[in-house]
Design a protein around this ligand. Sequence first.
Ligand SMILES: C[S@@+](CC[C@H](N)C(=O)[O-])C[C@H]1O[C@@H](n2cnc3c(N)ncnc32)[C@H](O)[C@@H]1O
Length: 446
Amino acid sequence: MIGISWGGAVDGEGGRCMLVIERPETAGASLDYNRLKAAPLSSDWAEAAEREARIHSIHVYPAKFPALIFQKAIELATRRGVEVKRIGDIFCGSGTVLYETAVRNLEFWGCDINPVATLIARVKGMRPDLEAFTAAADRISLRFETASRASTLSPVAVSRLTPWYRAGQFEDLVKLRNAIESETEDHSEARLLFDCAFSAIAKPTSQWKARSTKPARHEEKTPAPVLQSFQKQCRLMMAAWAEASSATLPPFEVHRADVKSVPGPAAPLDLIITSPPYAMSYEYADVHQLSALWLNYAEDHRDLRRDVIGTASRRSNLSFALRNLNPVGLQIVFRLFEKDRALAESLASYFLDMQQVVGRCHDFLRPGGVCVFVVGNTQLKDVRIDNANHMVECFIDAGFENISVLRRPLSNKPNTPYRQANGRLSSTPTRMGIYAEEYVVMAQRR
Ligand SMILES: C[S@@+](CC[C@H](N)C(=O)[O-])C[C@H]1O[C@@H](n2cnc3c(N)ncnc32)[C@H](O)[C@@H]1O
């Protein structure tokens, strides 16, 4: 153990080092803003060279984390003496943790506020009959030719969707929706599968700028043809299931809900593995607006922003934040306040939400249960948003113990270690350079 000044130590568990956080001994001891710089960088947690299961590529999802995190988190929890049977992901996104849990025949409980996320996650947890799926895909393709061109969507949804599509593309997508709806039953498993396939092609068939995680039109883009894209997507999903073992997956629970208010799991969890949303980084409701509108999750996708953690539209009154934020959160909010008051209020709301979320994790876990959070630090108006440091403080306040931290490189490509705003790897250390690594914060319930 190597002691370090602010009350932490590096714990070398057989080369798997983590920075162990201890409470500062003196009450009111100043918190070092950059204290987590001392956390070891672990190549063990870097993206694995081998390809992850194909099922993880059936639908693009921003900030999806690699399946490797799951394996590493289980190893960590096991080393802490936890027998892992029930796993949760409170920000389950596209269901990476769900799928990895299910294939190991363990129980899964999760939630996400984004209906497109829970759609993808549910589909990842399914093992459809491949023959039935192919037959249904063929019937939908056939029906497409004669399907109605009249949309059943509300005029508001249509008016929001049409600017994103060339006229012929929009008409073809309406036909495809109608074909899917006539060939599958409402609320059936088959509907879910084809809704997911439809959602996956909603952007490639539009003028949405390729790879953009912000709503941006690209007029010159040649959109992918609708029917061929759908058929290709169905083949991709088939290949993913064909690659997986034929065993059926155990039942799982996925709730489309706000983690702050969702009724917790009926039986306590042994391990929570999750990656929280970043502050003002992605507007998930905006990123998935095409899918959300087509699938009738909302008439106006902006309604889906409500309660999303990290959205700029949530703001907290600063005097309330002053009374309730932990000292790390407060310090960062005030740094940002000097540059931009509105952003500081949104950041305060984000930190307050995360404090509440960690409290909920405490409630969801059994005594001795472990939380593994993967968090990245970001930057707003040149202020470093030290999410990992804030998270550590949340764990301390919520009464967790054995809190430890490591850094994981975001790329296994040492020549291009940085990520640009569009997600591409690059060798240029820009302001996005901070995305070259992220933190794994682990804590155990007493
Ligand atoms: C970083 S992503 C998780 C990605 C996931 N690990 C995966 O592999 O796909 C964060 C997720 O938090 C969700 N989220 C944001 N606010 C939420 C809330 N209040 N309750 C539940 N989920 C929320 C977003 O919809 C998003 O899917």
